[in-house]
Design a protein around this ligand. Structure first.
Ligand SMILES: [Zn+2]
Length: 428
């Protein structure tokens, strides 16, 4: 009972936060961020042995870290004495069995691949989840008496998304591992009012014989390609909205005018400029709401393009013209029945990153119908074995014929090039 009340309060807090943020001036946003960071440091960061060393309210004095540093220091960064090895084991087990219920000391754990190659691990409490759900609903949905029916297509489910059920929305998760056609009947029966999926999946749903007519369609997890957007909008006769979210937080969302704004009411997002003249930067994220696994000055390798034109929606939060760097291809392998089968990059990415802790950089290119080139750093026999085995298992699960694999070393690099890790170079 107490837990339920706590969850409801957290939900309301998230909801109100999202509603309030829309109407703040730039000056108020800056002031609010300062105040929120001070409170965050005193209430949360003092419990993290990694961050308690910094006894200042000046964010600029904290180190800028990346995924590798964050993951290497997971045990001292988190505030609940959680151990990375144990959390990873549970997350990997969930991913393999596709049973996403197990928890670790009462916390939900999940894996993410992201664009930086090696995997990320996220751990959240029930209250953080409830607040997250409240915030998303406040941001994306009008409060209505009618229950929203949300259909969510993702590579992996986890408790984070399950927690949405019951609070003003009914929620159904569709596992992409089953393919889209296997989900069509269920999707028709559920008849979602809101459809959430990666852009390339939305496109396939739009092109499939479904009878659904959602009132909102939201693209997540990858860049929404222009061509996909057109097809989706034509089929559903509505504008596609976007949520830009990753392990490190819910970073941006479409506004009523259809433009992306950074969620500066829950995050402080500093800019590491790549090219100021074109507005390109990588975000350095401080998430003011994460209490179990604090995210402080965390540099993402995504590339965002700022749009300095004021938005007609009236929001003073930074407007984003586009997100680059999350645009992997969909591969096509030969199915055991002879027909081509789409293999989403998410599966490939996840298979590779869960093959070994040591992988720092990789790129997989489909060079022919039955051939893939896997460039990897470091190139070691054990990693090659694990990846081969993982991809073979994936092919078995998807009922496709395993392609021929060629492995090659890839140097570590940083730069402006779009971070495509899964690429298809062949046609047909
Ligand atoms: Zn706007």
């Amino acid at each position: 009972m107490i837990n339920k009340v706590k969850r409801l309060l957290a939900f309301l807090k998230g909801y109100l936060l999202a509603k309030r943020g829309k109407h703040l001036s730039r000056e108020k946003i800056d002031k609010m961020q300062l105040k929120a960071f001070n409170a965050f440091r005193r209430n949360v960061l003092v419990k993290s042995s990694f961050y308690s060393l910094y006894s200042t309210d000046n964010l600029a004095q904290f180190p800028v870290i990346n995924k590798a540093i964050h993951m290497n220091n997971f045990d001292t960064i988190n505030t609940q004495e959680l151990v990375k090895k144990d959390a990873l084991n549970i997350a990997i087990q969930s991913e393999r069995s596709r049973n996403f219920k197990p928890e670790y000391k009462g916390f939900s754990v999940g894996l993410s691949s992201g664009t930086s190659g090696n995997r990320g691990l996220f751990v959240v409490s029930e209250q953080e989840q409830a607040q997250w759900v409240g915030y998303i609903i406040g941001k994306m949905l009008p409060l209505s008496i009618k229950k929203h029916r949300v259909a969510f297509f993702l590579r992996a489910n986890n408790n984070l998304y399950q927690s949405a059920n019951g609070l003003m929305i009914s929620f159904q998760f569709f596992d992409l591992i089953n393919g889209i056609s296997a989900n069509i009947d269920e999707l028709n029966n559920f008849s979602p009012t809101l459809l959430i999926a990666p852009g390339s999946v939305l496109r396939r749903i739009a092109q499939s014989p479904t009878r659904i007519s959602p009132s909102r369609v939201i693209a997540v997890a990858e860049v929404l390609e222009h061509e996909d957007r057109q097809i989706i909008e034509q089929r559903f006769n509505i504008k596609v909205e976007q949520i830009y979210q990753c392990t490190e937080g819910f970073l941006a969302a479409s506004c009523s005018a259809g433009n992306l704004h950074l969620n500066e009411d829950t995050c402080i997002i500093e800019k590491q400029w790549l090219d100021k003249s074109t507005g390109r930067f990588s975000p350095i994220v401080t998430d003011l709401r994460r209490t179990t696994q604090p995210v402080v000055r965390y540099l993402l390798d995504d590339v965002l393009i700022e749009d300095t034109t004021p938005c007609e929606c009236g929001s003073a939060m930074t407007r984003i013209k586009n997100i680059e760097g999350r645009c992997d291809d969909v591969l096509k392998f030969k199915g055991i029945t002879g027909a081509d089968v789409d293999v989403f990059s998410d599966y490939i990415r996840n298979t590779i990153i869960s093959s070994s802790d040591e992988i720092e950089h990789y790129k997989l290119t489909q060079t022919d119908k039955n051939k893939v080139l896997i460039e990897i750093h470091p190139l070691k026999p054990k990693i090659i074995n694990n990846i081969t085995q993982g991809l073979d298992n994936l092919c078995l699960r998807l009922s496709v014929i395993s392609p021929e694999y060629t492995f090659k070393a890839i140097p570590l690099k940083v730069g402006m090039e779009k971070q495509r890790r899964v690429v298809r170079l062949c046609n047909g």
